[in-house]
Design a protein around this ligand. Structure first.
Ligand SMILES: [Zn+2]
Length: 441
């Protein structure tokens, strides 16, 4: 089977150039004109870029306290509609559960996926049996771990445990993604603001300095352990500057941010009528952080952009449950068009931040992340048009978007996953379900 994407403006090697993309047996076979194709897709006037790799999302999330009501059919459809062809989701073992058992369960759930997938393995403790299973992660095809510096009692890890895990990760060639917030600061600020409206005071309950302290401490522990880390959902521009500087000095420390930290801010919590839309951890910061993080994306102080997608519904957010309002926002469909709308952003920048960089950090490069011969033919064809996000037009399971009304750029026309069309003329192809595959690295 040979497919040719004809006459598009193709993002390759950091530039846009007019060429054809030839696909054979699910892989890119060349960038040149080809005559004898089985299928030709006319891309005249369109941008052709690598499929987006969302390196941090939560489809069918179960935190123990809260569950998102989606599944891998719903989640992967949302991803595909947003130009995402691969996701790195999470394995979240319950306390005491074997990591391998939790991975096997997650692999079963993800079988319905339309897009390709892999996982970060969450480590909740540094017991000897956990460390032994961490050592086995590479043999299971995984390349990364996830740790938390906050959320007692289940997720929180102290420095000694983190150091033990980082040393094993370093020895085994694993990258460690770390949720950085100082637990003592968020505990104290939570108590200080206990009598105030939770939605309105959410940013003050988890201040930027909590992230900045924990991120700096994790960079130091990584330096000591010789480990490769990623600072998760970087919300503070101070954190970005600090991590960017450490990276330029030669450390393998990376950071990800998300559209919510680029376009939303604490004013949304303080003033919007529906402040429930803006509950997430870390919380939204001031508008000055938005602008500085947008600049940091273009200046190289942020490594890549992710969704941190959680499909909690409007009802779950408004009514909460025993523990309050679940934190997390939907974002799979809006990641690409929002990232592209950052002032000064070019399509090669978008491909670097959404495709190339996450693949290089997590070991997917060579398979995913670029339109180069030998790579999987994961491709997005889009129209370079500006529009406004309208939550009623999204297919998302959450039923709302915190980005409703925001400027967006790039309308997805076709999406191919390993050469197979999963979105055609802006419509999801239901035959794509169950055909996504685990990316064994
Ligand atoms: Zn997350």
């Amino acid at each position: 089977m040979k497919t040719v994407l004809k006459n598009g403006m193709v993002v390759v090697g950091g530039v846009l150039c007019r060429t054809d993309v030839v696909i054979e047996n699910g892989k890119i076979s060349g960038l040149s004109t080809a005559q004898d194709a089985d299928e030709t897709i006319d891309c005249t006037g369109h941008i052709v870029m690598p499929g987006v790799v969302d390196a941090h999302c939560h489809i069918k999330l179960d935190t123990g306290g809260f569950q998102t009501p989606d599944d891998w059919r719903a989640g992967s459809k949302e991803a595909a509609m947003g130009g995402i062809t691969s996701v790195i989701d999470f394995v979240g073992p319950m306390p005491g559960e074997s990591l391998k058992h939790a991975l096997d369960q997650r692999l079963l759930e993800a079988k319905d996926s339309a897009v390709d997938y892999t996982f970060h393995m969450t480590a909740l403790d540094a017991r000897p049996e956990t460390l032994r299973e961490i050592e086995a992660c590479r043999s299971w095809g995984l390349t990364s771990l996830k740790l938390y510096t906050t959320y007692r009692p289940n997720y929180y890890l102290d420095d000694a445990s983190i150091l033990e895990i980082l040393k094993v990760a370093s020895r085994c060639g694993l990258v460690t993604l770390i949720h950085c917030e100082n637990d003592a600061i968020v505990t104290e600020e939570g108590q200080r603001h206990a009598d105030e409206d939770v939605w309105r005071s959410y940013p003050e309950r988890r201040p930027a300095i909590a992230e900045e302290e924990a991120a700096a401490r994790m960079v130091a522990l990584a330096r000591y352990a010789g480990a490769k880390i990623v600072v998760a959902h970087n919300s503070s521009s101070e954190t970005a500057r600090y991590v960017g500087k450490a990276r330029r000095e030669g450390m393998e420390v990376y950071n990800e941010t998300a559209p919510q930290y680029l376009f939303l801010n604490d004013g949304n919590n303080h003033h919007d009528r529906e402040a429930w839309r803006y509950i997430l951890q870390p919380p939204l910061r001031s508008a000055s952080h938005n602008a500085a993080l947008c600049r940091a994306l273009l200046e190289g102080d942020v490594s890549f952009v992710i969704t941190d997608h959680c499909a909690y519904t409007r009802d779950q957010k408004i009514h909460g449950m025993a523990g309050g309002t679940p934190g997390g926002l939907p974002g799979l469909e809006t990641l690409l068009p929002l990232t592209a709308s950052v002032p000064g952003m070019t399509w090669p920048d978008v491909a670097r931040l959404l495709c190339e960089n996450p693949c290089r950090v997590y070991g997917l490069w060579g398979k995913k992340g670029a339109l180069l011969p030998g790579f999987d033919a994961d491709v997005v064809v889009l129209k370079d048009a500006c529009y406004t996000v309208d939550e009623r037009k999204l297919c998302g399971f959450a039923g709302y978007s915190p980005f409703d009304g925001h400027a967006a750029r790039g309308q997805v026309v076709h999406v191919l996953r390993r050469g197979e069309k999963i979105v055609s003329e802006g419509v999801f192809c239901e035959g794509a379900w169950t055909r996504g595959a685990f990316i064994h690295i």
